[in-house]
Design a protein around this ligand. Structure first.
Ligand SMILES: [Zn+2]
Ligand SMILES: [Zn+2]
Length: 299
């Protein structure tokens, strides 16, 4: 027990120092400034050429989402989660050691060219995340947490990172083991993280960009807005367009859905009017419902 606690504290201390060093030392591999830079880039594009011209530049809930952005991308995922994941990694390794398994790596990717490693890691991770996202919609328990992301009523780049911190826990836990099995560790994430951050901002941005045939590979605002549609046909009520960075999986599994131009469609979900509006209330919401309430809400 002490060992795990020490691991947590060291992880926490390490990343608290790391946060401070990041802010005080701008450099190329710096998450903090990349987050600011990428956000500013999309903010400016939305100012110059918005898809919905009537939407306010500082749209509804802009500042709430701005706060979520730093909380989720930076504070939670880099500091708290990394500290916790040190413990999870230790626990998991110790658990495997009980069965005499010391090496989890099923495929040795270290000898591959770096660019190929990153590409494989990105595609595998995106595919896992696509399934996790579907799960967030299918499970009544997880859907209550995922509703935070779907409570966005006006779309803009910052909505990308409005989500409940439980999602970090679910995504990271479910993606870590398969990625570790092909030999990837948390340190390899930087480039992939920045790339997915940029595409994620793009998907939620108030921009129109015709990707041509690339739309069958990459997610985009014209597709993702339908993922946030308030009303869906009953046979698709669990959701459509689950793609995170790649849209490919939706086209392959037939969950793609763009019936018409979605520029002005109502967003949210049935009952969104009664959904909590503040950061704290939204974060408590998923924990409050009883099993029976979830059942009723889902059906
Ligand atoms: Zn969703
Ligand atoms: Zn979204």
């Amino acid at each position: 027990m002490e060992k795990y606690l020490e691991s947590f504290i060291n992880g926490y201390k390490g990343y608290a120092n790391y946060l401070w060093t990041e802010i005080t030392n701008p450099h190329w591999k710096n998450y903090f400034y990349w987050l600011i830079g990428v956000s500013l880039f999309f903010f400016l594009l939305e100012l110059i050429k918005p898809w919905r011209q009537k939407q306010a530049k500082f749209r509804k809930d802009f500042w709430l989402d701005f706060f979520y952005m730093f909380f989720n991308f930076f504070l939670f995922s880099l500091i708290i989660y990394n500290a916790a994941s040190m413990v999870v990694v230790d626990l998991f390794k110790d658990f495997l050691a009980l069965f005499g398994i010391r090496n989890l790596v099923a495929l040795q990717v270290e000898t591959w060219p770096k660019i190929l490693q990153l590409l494989v890691m990105f595609v595998v991770r995106d595919f896992i995340q696509w399934w996790v996202h579907r799960l967030l919609h299918r499970s009544a328990f997880l859907w209550e947490f995922h509703k935070v992301h779907h409570s966005v009523l006006q779309m803009g780049f910052a909505a990308h990172l409005r989500y409940h911190w439980m999602e970090n826990v679910v995504y990271r836990s479910l993606e870590y083991i398969p990625l570790a099995m092909i030999g990837f560790g948390i340190d390899d994430f930087f480039l992939v993280h920045i790339f997915t951050l940029a595409i994620g901002h793009f998907n939620h941005s108030n921009l129109k960009l015709n990707l041509g045939p690339l739309k069958y590979i990459f997610n985009n605002p014209q597709m993702h807005i339908w993922h946030h549609a308030h009303d869906l046909p009953s046979e698709k009520h669990y959701g459509v367009n689950f793609g995170i960075t790649l849209s490919l999986w939706d086209y392959l599994w037939g969950t793609d859905y763009i019936p018409k131009d979605g520029r002005d469609i109502p967003l949210g979900f049935p009952g969104v009017e009664d959904y909590p509006k503040t950061f704290i209330a939204q974060n408590l919401h998923g924990f409050k419902l009883t099993k029976a309430e979830r059942k009723v809400k889902k059906n």
